[in-house]
Design a protein around this ligand. Sequence first.
Ligand code: TXA
Ligand code: MG
Length: 357
Amino acid sequence: MKTEILKVNMSEPELQKMEHAANVIRQGGLVVFPTETVYGLGANAFDDKAVKKIFVAKGRPSDNPLIVHISKKGTGCSDNEQKCMLDTLISDPKEKAKPLMDAFWPGPLTIIFNKSQIVSDIVTAGLSTVAVRMPSHPIASMLLELSGLPIVAPSANASGRPSPTCIEHVIEDLYGKVDVIIDSGNVDIGIESTVLDISTQPAVILRPGAITFDQISSFIPDVQFKKDYSDLADIPKAPGMKYTHYSPKADVFVIQGDIYDIVEKINELSNIDAKVGILATKQTADMYQNGLIIVSGDRENPHTIAANLFSAFRQFDSEGVDVIFAEGIEEEGIGVAIMNRMRKAAGPHNIINVGGK
Ligand code: TXA
Ligand code: MG
């Protein structure tokens, strides 16, 4: 398939280019577009044939449901159009979600509701619930508004690879498999949205993200979060969780505990006969003796680590590293989401605790 790359200015998206991309969506094509979290692979949520193409392009198992993205303004409604678009997708009353939507939409929070009839089983992988998100990225909003449709969009990576945070990652995984790729440079947050299921009582955070547990619990005090999902693994409501995500090709080990113990342990472990990669931070990069050292970011500002995590994993891959030792960080705020993605990349058997933690 011929893939067209459209370079679009994030602060002032060119209308003509955006109208073209919106047309491709309306005609059943696939468009990769930036969001504030990661790049997404979009199709018309109401077009089953188009939605099926997403699963093929990504190599995604068909039992892993998609997030439906909506914009401030939807189609077919006169006044408060944003609310109207959501109304068509869900069968729950919105009251429970309203304070969350008011606080965090548009933004990196996905909310799971009971679905309406109009949402196809292909989108939800046969579940009775639907995940909905209103992205804040200006290009994502404009694409949604110009197409006048809800757009399903998983992260724009090949299934099993880290989510794409820049155009090079998208091209690596999806060039030749989609109609249009919108290039607007690096995304802002770098890890996927928080996924919150409010169709259950109590509500559950299924995937941590930039909207933190504390932020959500200020609106839903009894919200639950199971750190590593281990006890959620057999709940069919969260099918995506049984798949390996965010994984580079190398074996990943996460070393967690006190920072000096972590450095000592990594120096000990990395003294091996293999091509080693070390995922370090600004504070520790100088303390390592072996291997390819990549600085993910600054421990004092974990958002910088979130922004670079997936691209660091991809860089290790392109350098042909066999094994990656990744420094754990403090599990607070967005650190919870960062550690969640690191552990997912490593798998349950590759977590090493040091210093008695
Ligand atoms: O930040 C994001 O959310 C990005 C951007 C592009 O918006 N999208 C994204 O989509 O990360 P995806 O498909 O890569 O991840 C969606 C996750 C999957 O783990 C999926 O299983 C889960 O959300 N999910 C979707 N619908 C669900 C539902 N009805 N019930 C439970 N989990 C659901
Ligand atoms: Mg994904």
